[in-house]
Every structure is written in structure tokens, then in C-alpha cells.
Design a protein around this ligand. Sequence first.
Ligand code: ZN
Length: 345
Amino acid sequence: MQALVLEKIHELSLRDFPVEEALGPHDVRIDLRTVGICGSDVHYYTHGAIGQFIVREPMILGHEASGVITEVGSAVTHLQVGDRVCMEPGIPDPNSKATLQGMYNLDPAVRFWATPPVHGVLRPSVVHPAAFTFKLPDNVSFAEGAMVEPLAVGMQAATKAKIKPGDLAIVMGAGPIGMVTALAALAGGCSQVIMTDVQQPKLDLAATLGPITPVNVAKENLAEVVDRLTDGWGANLVFECSGNEKAAAGVFAPLCPGGAVVFVGIPLQPIAYDVAAAMVKEARVEHVFRYAHVYPRAIALMGSGKLDVKPLITDTFRFHESVRAFDFAVNMPPTSVKAQIVVAD
Ligand code: ZN
């Protein structure tokens, strides 16, 4: 089948790539429709590795996906041929200790699309466990369906934050994950979000998504804005989505006493935070690694119209333009948030 193959660092090709996949009794076969380009896909392209995961042989990219079911395994009862679906890209060992304790995202044996040596889904079809395949409501498009994966990270962050209705949250970083975290925080009950970044076009877009106050930290003072909006008390929640060392060093300053910080963005280098500053506020600190159990909730929020990811989909490419799409994503203009590839209509 034709696939977008990362041959090695800096080298992508759209070419015939043999993939043999047998359909097990609990699997479905899916024709791909839309696949989003993630920062991790781009990072494998430009750096050939993320931490311990190193691209050692040609690998198909892509893990943010939607599609249509073309075949169902004999034991599958909740899905049918023709169902429009999106898929959770990480498949854990169902018998692992982590999975049995409900933390399947933390299973060390998890097989995650486009994480070496596991192939991704920028290709015409894939076989996937039915348990990790979710039906889309009729009013949710394939493009939105492919946004469920990044949104799931924001959903996990909002869940870990234990939002109380009316909380004020700060989201640091207006990239795709910062944006979906802000949307999930608002859907989860936050009254408003203060969003920080240094790229003004991203902040301008964020301000259109809901009760979001953009703060360009290159020229504005975050502390002043937080003081003004909270009468000097501080934010209930801080979501660190930038992965930036300077941002992480300052997460406790705008937090209210007893507030919570959630680390969402993955720093590329080890970073430090101020433990003493956390102590004087008895700050609760949470971390997220991907997500678990949130796909149905993310889809429900999209289906009901409570959460809209469409403004985040800024650039769409055709499958035959996949290499160009990735070169675009490497040098993404500040006006863009999420680029997607339409594999098939
Ligand atoms: Zn992703």
C-alpha cells in the first residue's frame, strides 16, 4: 500500500510499503480518512528520535486519525462496517499490571502508532482493536475526529486538574496542546482562561475560542493580569503546555494558595521548578502522559456542540502532498495551529 514513510532522519517518501495485517476476532479494519500532523511526527522527521525512541528503520508516520470501518472481527459487537470512527493510537497489553490498575497509558509495553518501531497510519488502511476504536456522531466530521487524539491530552490534563466550577486557569503555551487544554478546561467548568505565549497570531486565535484572555509574555506582565482578574489571589490552576524552561520555572508565581499545577508540555531537556515556591502555597502538582479513558468524553463534548475544535484546523493537505505537508509543518507559520492530511474522501 502507498504510505508516508520516514526512511531516516530528514528523509520522507510517499511510496509503496508492504504492511501485512491479519484481522483478529476483536479487531476492525479501517479505511483512513483524515490524519493530523503532530509535533511528535515532525520531531521524528527532523531529529530521528524522541528520548529513548529512535527511528532505526523506515517507519510510517501519523497517529491522529479518523476513518471508516470496512471489516469487523467475529467477536466485535459494538461496531459495524460503514461506521465512521476515530482511534486511540496506543494499544496496551490487556493483561499488564498498569492496564489492570486502570492506567493503560502507563503500560511500559504499550504499542503507540508512529513511535518506533510501531508504524503509524498515513496509509490507506489499518487493523486496530475494536476496544480502541470509537464511533463518531453524525455531526462530527472526519477532520474533527482526527482532532480527538490531541484533544484527549487536554482532557487528561483537565481531569487531573480536578477543576471546580468557576475556577480560573492559566494555560502556558498556545500551541495545539495549549489550545485543546484551554478548551477542555473551559468545558470542564473553568470560568475563564488566561493564555500565554510569545506568538501574537496564536494568542489572537485563542482569544476567539471562548472566555480566554491572551497574554503575550514577550511584552506583557502575566502577574499583573492575574492580579487584576483575581483581586490578587492568584489562579486556581496552571497548565504548563509550553515545555519551556522559563515558563516551567515560573508556574507557582501566579498560582493561588492551595492551587494546582498540571505539567502537560514535554520539555526536550530536563527542567527545574521551585520546590520552595510550591511549598508556601501547598501546591498540588500533577503530570500527564498521553491519556486514558477520555476518548468517549471528548467525542461527547464535540457531538453536543459544547467544545469546538474546528477553528484549530488551519491547514489541510491531500495525501499526495504529504511530504510537502510535513515540510510545511516543520516551518509552521505562527498563524497555523493544526495541519491535517486528507488520506481519502
Ligand atoms: Zn499527537
